[in-house]
Design a protein. Sequence first.
Length: 210
Amino acid sequence: MLTLIRHPEPAVRGICYGALDVPLSAAGLEHARAIAQQLHTEHFAAIYTSPLQRCAEVARILAEGRGCPLETRDALRELDFGAFEGRSYDALMREYPELCRRWMEAPTEVAFPGGESFAVMRTRVLSAAAELRARHANQPIALVTHGGVIRILLAEAGGLDSRRLFQIDVPYGAIRRVALPSDRDAPRAAPGATRRRSRSPRTPAPWRQR
């Protein structure tokens, strides 16, 4: 069983960030401690984290007092938005109006200048998941990662078309469960993981919060 944990609130607002290494806000750090407390009775064979500090700090707190290994995996990082990283959404919509329009209409079909496409990200995420599945057959593990990564894994587990990825609700600090093929008598994905989210007409909503 995979326990997927999205990082809590970061200390930035109104900018595009994926590969950008932003810290947790004060509220986000408090939320990280609450997540660790919520999961303190659960056993994990290992904890894996994105290298970005907004996830790594959560993983460090979660691992405190546990005997399991904590490992960083680059494949668990968020989408790299290239030239969009660190820019305000208003500035991006002025400079790249056509690309932003396509981003809002078909977010999984856009490649960002100097960055990644969704297809590239999906390949690396699913490859990492397959490796961890082979390493931890019938063992519970935790992944501390990003909204995009979690949506990819939930969509794959639930057989959801990638174009519907952003129907999956993964708020800051969300905890979701995914059964591995080797897990017996376990649900394929956590109930309630596909609620629709509201979208802002001005901000590219699919990737607004990373």
